[in-house]
Design a protein around this ligand. Sequence first.
Ligand SMILES: [Zn+2]
Length: 71
Amino acid sequence: MRTVGGMRVPLRGGPGDGQIVAGGGETIVWRACLYEITPERGHHRGAELRIYQHRPDCCETYGRGAEDLCE
Ligand SMILES: [Zn+2]
């Protein structure tokens, strides 16, 4: 895949689930959350985008049990 400034990627899991954000590379930080690149791809407005998965250890670092409660 090309790496282009302003590329948008979908987030999956955690508080940012379903968000489309600008980013790229191995990881993306969305608010307080860390998302990590996956081999999977999703579609958004006709474009095929690499999906970023919420890291399971992201929220646990802050002592919260549920992985969808980061804030
Ligand atoms: Zn998180």
